[in-house]
Structure formats: structure tokens, C-alpha cells
Design a binder for this molecule. Structure first.
Ligand code: GLU
Length: 398
């Protein structure tokens, strides 16, 4: 008996970042001392005040349905957060709370795309965007960027990618996987083009709090017209170490928020009531925990960049935000390592995991060849051990 699976489901590949994370966690469970540079998950714990708010919510029996699009309390907290950070005024009618940033993004693509509409996606991109766009029956149009250009696209590239079917541009700053951030001047150019062509900007700023040089600028602050076209997507996971709590949100024009809310009301109902209560505390409570983490991330990043630059066969730029190093391994490809030809980043990562017990994410899933992503959301001790092993591997001493 053959079981039927839809063409759409068959076209969706599993998340490579989560697959590597799962493999890494499995190996650790089996007692294999692997060092994980895989999934981007903060190694810090959820702050105590946030945990306490979750526990209080349970004790207060705040355990029933909330409105499908999220509690008024959390929507107000999101509005306050946006106002505090950007000066922008949003009301609760602009906000939808979802089950993580991924859920917000998926909802958005479903709501703004008809079948065959085009979404422009600069590469390297985070692995889940193309699959989400596919789930929405839309088509991804990739703009390729280069390391020489700091992995950022130019206004001319954007103009060339726009067609009458273009519905949206995805902008992720700071970027996963490159850590690059778009400057205000660059965003102004992008905003102008999007307004001229009436295309949405899906503005994913999930790493906005983790910026080490420069300043995060929200594109919606650059004028009334671009604000109308901007769909802000953000979440609790990275800034507040709440990956498991699954709370994300979007802020957009009320028509878009309403459409997203309608869909969500059928697909999932509300996000977890307890996690929503904890998120209010995360947004309204003490923010100094973010600075503490930032200091630690800067120390780790500086160490990694210095070390990688000193290892033959690999190189990297200095990322300005997020917690990823996008390491160029092209010099180490097309060569034999330990008697085996290694031609691709995929093969490279598999071999390094096998021989050196270091887990990294190959760049194919990010839409570019010849790179490897290393997350530094892991301890300095792990970072040192992992890079020692990588160096040994590349010197043929494993
Ligand atoms: N966003 C993180 C990453 O890129 C977590 C895993 C995922 O959601 O893809 O590693």
C-alpha cells in the first residue's frame, strides 16, 4: 500500500539547522563529546524574572484560551516596546502574537501572497524563508550577494529583481547567517524602491538586540509610506533566551493583522497563555540582562574571528550582529582530506563532524556554496575546543 502525500508537502525539505541541532543533541546523549556550533540557540537561561512570571501565571490558573491573536496585555507590551525602541506608534489592532517568529513569518507569507506571487529574498538567507514562501504557494526570487559586498545587496540588484508579480522583499537585519546589518542610508534607498514599486518589506529583526557595532534601524521609521508597507516580525527567543517558550509577534497595518489573526484562529488558536504572560515581563521588565549577554557574545565573537583568521584554509568577515560567524571554506574545498575528496560545504561539515567531532551548518541551505555557519551561542570553553579541533582537522592531524 502506498500512502499519499501532497505534492506541496513533498516539496518541503526539513530544516537543516534543526536537523544538525538534533543530531548534535543525540550524539551528546550517546556520550560522544561533540562540540556544537549548530543551531542558533542562546546558551543562557531565561531570566529569573521571566521564569517567575510564567510560574505565577500557572499558579493564577492563567491556563485557558486567550484571544487567538494574543492577549491584550502582551499586545500593549509589544506596542510599548516598539515605541521605546523606535518611536513608532502602533495600537493593539496592528499586533498579532504567534507561536514564535517562524509562525509569524509563515502567517505573513500566507496572508500577502497569491499563488505565483514573487517574494524577493537576498542570499545568504536563513534556511526557513524559501520553504515558508513555498508553503504560501508563492515563488522565491533570490538576489545573490557576495562577501566582497559584506553580503548585502545593492539598490540596482533590488530594482532588477522586481517584476509585476513582486509582492514583498524579505529583509533580515542583523542577518542570520552572516551577522551583517543594513545601515540607515542603505535602508533609505531600499525603502524608496519598495515604496515606488508598492512592495511589502517583511522586516525580520529577531536579532536586533544583538548588535555589536553600528545601530539597528527599523525600516518603518523612515517615513509614513514605508511604514504602511512594513511588516515587522520579531520574537522573544533570541533577546530573552526563550527559544522553547515559542512567542513571536508581528506589527503591520490593521488589515494585515486582521488577516493573520483570522488564519491563526483556525490553525493554532492562541499561543501558550503562560508563555504570553512571561513575555509581558520580558518586554516590560529589567532589560540589563541583554547587555550582559552582549558583552559575552562580543568576547566570543572577537576570539573566534581572530582564531579563524589565523587558521589556514578558512577565513571570515567580522560580523556586526546576531551570533553567527559565516566562515569561508572555499580554499579547503576541491581537495583531498584524509584520503577523501571534499568538494562541498556539506561534505566538509560531515567530515569535520565525523573526524573532529565539531558540528557546524553547511551553507547550501542558506543559498550559497562554500561557507559554513558557526554559532557562538555556546561557551568560550566549547569555542576554544571546537576551534582547536577544526585547526587540527585542517592540518591533517585528526
Ligand atoms: N534560527 C535558529 C538557527 O538558524 C534556530 C533554528 C531554526 O529555527 O532554524 O539556527
Amino acid at each position: 500500500m502506498s500512502l499519499f502525500i501532497s505534492e506541496k508537502a513533498k516539496s518541503i525539505s526539513p530544516s537543516p539547522t534543526l536537523a544538525i541541532d538534533a543530531r548534535y543533541k543525540e550524539m551528546i546523549k550517546e556520550g560522544i563529546p561533540v562540540v556544537g556550533f549548530g543551531a542558533g540557540e542562546p546558551d543562557f537561561n531565561t531570566p529569573e524574572n521571566v521564569k517567575r512570571a510564567g510560574i505565577s501565571a500557572i499558579n493564577a490558573n492563567f491556563t485557558r484560551y486567550t484571544p487567538a491573536s494574543g492577549t491584550l496585555d502582551l499586545k500593549h507590551a509589544v506596542c510599548r516596546k516598539i515605541k521605546r525602541d523606535t518611536g513608532l506608534e502602533y495600537g493593539v489592532e496592528n499586533i498579532v502574537i504567534s507561536n514564535g517568529g517562524k509562525h509569524s513569518l509563515s502567517n505573513v507569507f500566507i496572508c500577502i501572497c497569491n499563488p505565483g506571487d514573487e517574494v524577493i529574498l537576498p542570499a545568504p538567507y536563513w534556511v526557513s524563508y524559501p520553504e515558508m514562501i513555498k508553503i504560501a504557494d508563492a515563488t522565491t526570487v533570490v538576489i545573490n550577494t557576495t562577501e566582497e559586498n559584506d553580503f548585502k545587496f545593492t539598490p540596482d540588484q533590488l530594482r532588477a529583481a522586481i517584476t509585476p508579480r513582486t509582492r514583498a522583499l524579505v529583509l533580515n537585519t542583523p542577518s542570520n547567517p552572516t551577522g551583517m546589518i543594513y545601515t540607515k542610508a542603505e535602508l533609505e534607498e531600499i525603502a524608496k524602491i519598495c515604496v515606488e514599486n508598492n512592495i511589502y518589506v517583511v522586516f525580520d529583526e529577531i536579532y536586533e538586540k544583538l548588535i555589536y557595532e553600528g545601530k539597528h534601524v527599523n525600516i518603518a521609521t523612515l517615513g509614513e509610506d514605508i511604514k504602511k508597507l512594513t511588516i515587522i516580525v520579531n520574537g522573544m527567543a533570541k533577546a530573552y533566551c526563550m527559544t522553547g517558550w515559542r512567542i513571536g509577534y508581528m506589527a503591520a497595518e490593521p488589515e494585515i493583522a486582521k488577516a493573520v489573526s483570522n488564519i491563526q484562529s483556525h490553525m493554532t488558536s492562541n499561543p501558550c497563555s503562560i508563555a504570553q504572560a512571561a513575555s509581558v515581563e520580558a518586554l516590560d521588565g529589567d532589560q540589563s540582562v541583554i547587555d550582559d549577554m552582549k558583552h559575552e557574545y562580543i568576547t566570543r565573537r572577537d576570539y573566534m574571528v581572530k582564531r579563524i583568521k589565523s587558521i589556514d584554509g578558512v577565513s571570515c568577515l567580522n560580523p556586526h550582529g546576531a551570533f553567527y560567524i559565516f566562515m569561508n571554506v572555499r580554499e579547503s574545498l576541491g581537495k583531498e582530506h584524509y584520503g577523501k575528496m571534499i568538494n562541498t560545504a556539506n561534505e566538509f561539515c560531515a567530515d569535520v563532524l565525523d573526524k573532529a567531532l565539531v558540528a557546524m551548518v553547511p551553507s547550501e541551505g542558506f543559498g550559497i556554496d562554500g561557507y559554513v555557519r558557526l554559532s557562538y551561542a555556546t561557551s568560550m570553553e566549547n569555542i576554544k575546543t571546537g576551534l582547536d579541533r577544526l585547526e587540527k582537522y585542517l592540518m591533517g592531524e585528526c
